[in-house]
Design a protein around this ligand. Structure first.
Ligand SMILES: Nc1ncnc2c1ncn2[C@@H]1O[C@H](COP(=O)(O)OP(=O)(O)OP(=O)(O)O)[C@@H](O)[C@H]1O
Ligand SMILES: [Mg+2]
Length: 246
């Protein structure tokens, strides 16, 4: 079943085409890696899916419903969760409170009391190994701890689609392996239908994604099973060749 569908989506910033007529389909339960050089449009694509920006052209469908111009606060309760490339915690609130906010505004929404939301947060804090930081103000965490907390906040939403934007950047390779294993496990346990993500880190992409979508200058260059995509000469050219990157 198709969970998310983009149909010919374009986003411009003035004269710059940040996302250029991108069409893609992501199935329920699928792990997808979205990669591409700096400035290739990955974060903008996530912003279009989560509703931070609306596209100038094209349509976006979630579970078959047209969400192209739906504001973010209406998308979250449908089950679209995300982390930010630059973490955006409520700095003076505790780690526990930050994660509980996810439970309050996600698919569980109005069904949970504040106490129940705190319980959801506590369970995730334990799973993410953040117990020592539970009552600390989020602003005092290290960048990697903030990323872990963001993952916790997004998971507390019980999303159907989880968009992870460079959620593992800056982590030690062994921590990346652990995060990959954890994300896979929790996606199965919590019945998260899909985790899409953006990682420069090939280690995480290979360990996690069944399919890879490669963006280059806003356009979709390759959309194929992971091993096939990584061997594609177009991908090699973009990453290693003279015309790749900026
Ligand atoms: N709010 C904005 N206003 C103007 N231009 C923007 C804005 N957001 C992104 N851009 C431009 O759109 C293009 C795509 O940016 P985007 O952040 O989506 O790339 P990215 O693939 O996520 O890059 P990175 O790997 O560096 O995170 C870039 O040229 C960027 O400068
Ligand atoms: Mg980005």
């Amino acid at each position: 079943m198709t969970l998310l569908q983009l149909d010919n989506v374009t986003k411009r910033f003035g004269g710059l085409v940040a996302v250029d007529h991108v069409s893609l389909e992501i199935d329920a339960g699928q792990f997808v890696g979205i990669v591409g050089p700096n400035g290739s449009g990955k974060t903008t694509l996530f912003n279009l899916i989560s509703g931070v920006f609306f596209p100038e052209e094209g349509r976006i469908y979630f579970e078959g419903a047209d969400i192209t111009r739906m504001p973010p606060y209406k998308r979250a309760p449908l089950g679209i969760g995300r982390t930010f490339q630059i973490p955006r915690p409520f700095s003076s609130a505790t780690v526990r409170e930050n994660i509980a906010v996810g439970a309050m505004f996600g698919t569980l929404g109005k069904k949970l009391t504040v106490d129940d939301s705190m319980d959801v947060a506590d369970q995730l804090i334990e799973k993410l190994d953040l117990t020592a930081h539970r009552e600390k103000a989020a602003g005092t965490l290290t960048p990697v701890e903030k990323k872990l907390m963001e993952i916790g906040r997004a998971l507390a939403m019980k999303p159907k689609l989880l968009l992870m934007d460079e959620a593992m950047a800056g982590m030690h390779p062994s921590d990346i392996d652990q995060m990959v294993a954890f994300t896979r496990q929790i996606a199965e346990e919590e019945n998260i239908s899909i985790v899409a993500m953006v990682e420069h880190i090939m280690r995480a992409v290979i360990g996690m994604a069944e399919k890879v979508i490669v963006l280059h200058q806003g356009a979709k260059l390759v959309d194929a099973p992971t091993q096939e995509a990584l061997k594609d000469p177009k991908v090699v050219e973009v990453y290693l060749g003279g015309s790749g990157g900026r």
